[in-house]
Design a protein around this ligand. Structure first.
Ligand code: DO4
Ligand code: MG
Length: 291
């Protein structure tokens, strides 16, 4: 069961639930309200949706053709890094100009007890399905980072799963790790959507498949696939480090790191289209524009 949000004819944001192509309007305005109402009634979010289900709330057409927006206003988006071997290798390459002989801080953080967790975005900065991610004007090596996102309640519980794109500048990060915030945060550098899969409907979050496709002038120029089974960390472990002596807000999103890095000679260009799919959650589509 997945929760989406869309704009109606009056440009009002409404929530809906979907299992396949068909979506049904929800009485709740958004995902976190659904979670709270379920908790107040002592039932699960799925039970709450089912108890209020009405076939008359069916929306016309396939839900992917609705005017989708971010499925929630995540007050903060955080991101974990170097949680997959592929990310470690790619970062070692960009930080050492391809001389892969010495141990780097990426090797150290991959094996350390404490994971890398960094601040990525706020609600006002985060974009949703079909909105354009933009390229930094002072970087010549930019890629999407397709990541599984955890939707968290203020108590740290994982209440949903979402698709995320942690856009990154490989040249800026590779020049100096202290430039990480600039390599990660700029206008429209964080996208989430198109749906939130309710956590209680996911049996094994280490079995999501993640696929990234990048199109240029209608032609696919990158296709890569991975699985969350490759994660070097446990999801609860990442959440516990994020929550340590820190306030979490309802609807905080934690991106769990990338295992997909396009070939080293690839950089995004204006006009490209990025499609990131996570099994049973959906496909997050974003065109690419310059800044
Ligand atoms: O170490 C820098 C960022 C890592 C990251 O974003 C990732 O592995 O996904
Ligand atoms: Mg990342």
């Amino acid at each position: 069961m997945r929760i989406i949000r869309f704009l109606d004819g009056q440009r009002k944001r409404l929530a809906a639930v979907t299992d396949d192509e068909t979506a049904y309007r929800l009485p709740q305005p958004d995902f976190m309200t659904l979670i709270h109402q379920a908790r107040e009634r002592g039932i699960s979010p799925v039970q709450l949706v089912e108890s209020a289900f009405s076939p008359t709330s069916e929306l016309a057409g396939d839900w992917t053709s609705l005017h989708l927006v971010t499925p929630l206003d995540a007050p903060e988006v955080w991101a974990a890094g170097v949680t997959y071997q592929r990310s470690r290798e790619a970062r070692n390459y960009e930080a050492t100009d391809g001389r892969l002989d010495a141990e780097t801080f990426y090797d150290k953080v991959y094996d350390a007890e404490r994971p890398e967790i960094f601040f990525k975005s706020t609600a006002a900065r985060t974009i949703g399905p079909n909105e354009a991610v933009t390229l930094r004007s002072d970087s010549t090596w930019q890629i999407p980072e397709p990541e599984l996102g955890l939707v968290l309640a203020a108590d740290g519980s994982i209440v949903g799963y979402i698709v995320g794109n942690d856009m990154s500048c490989r040249d800026i990060e590779g020049e100096n790790p202290l430039y990480l915030p600039q390599a990660k945060i700029w206008r429209n550098s964080c996208s989430i959507g198109p749906a939130i899969r309710l956590a209680e409907t996911v049996q094994n979050p280490y079995a999501f498949s993640i696929v990234c496709e990048i199109y240029r002038e209608g032609r696919m120029v990158v296709k890569s696939q991975t699985s969350t089974s490759e994660l070097n960390r446990k999801l609860d472990e990442l959440v516990s480090f994020l929550a340590k002596d820190n306030d979490l807000f309802d609807g905080t999103v934690l991106l769990t790191g990338t295992s997909i890095v396009p070939p080293n000679d690839f950089t995004l260009e204006p006009g490209d289209r990025i499609e990131i799919s996570i099994s049973s959650i959906g496909t997050l589509v974003n065109p690419v524009l310059s800044n």
